[in-house]
Design a protein. Structure first.
Length: 126
């Protein structure tokens, strides 16, 4: 049981964190169900990417020989860059799916953007 929970629990926590980030960060109302594809993608890729990056750093790289004591900071910055890239790709997946759903239902993007701007500033005129 522990061997299964050891891999499943971190995935669930990361998935919930990405889902919450994708649901609360945008400036529009998003249904929680709409953020699940990007959160699932980001969670899987982040866990696999972190494992692969850790394997690479421990087995193939020689940052400390090349850069000395600052090598750890360089590795951390590279990992943060990869993490940020994964978060952005997950958000783009959610945005693309949302845009496709919007166009499928016949709403134009311009009308939707205007409605959103009108909600933020009710004094706008058409």
């Amino acid at each position: 049981v522990f061997s299964i929970l050891r891999f499943l629990l971190p995935f669930i926590v990361i998935f919930l964190l990405f889902s919450t980030l994708y649901a609360l960060a945008p400036n529009i109302n998003i249904k929680f169900k709409s953020v699940l594809p990007g959160a699932l993608f980001a969670s899987i890729v982040w866990i696999l990417g972190t494992a692969a990056f850790g394997f690479y750093v421990s087995n193939f790289s020689n940052y400390s020989k090349t850069y000395g004591s600052i090598g750890g900071i360089i590795v951390l910055m590279l990992w943060l860059y990869i993490t940020g890239f994964i978060i952005i790709v997950g958000a783009e997946i959610n945005a693309s799916i949302n845009q496709r759903r919007t166009l499928k239902h016949g709403d134009s993007l311009e009308e939707r953007e205007f409605e959103r701007a009108e909600m933020q500033n009710p004094h706008t005129e058409r």
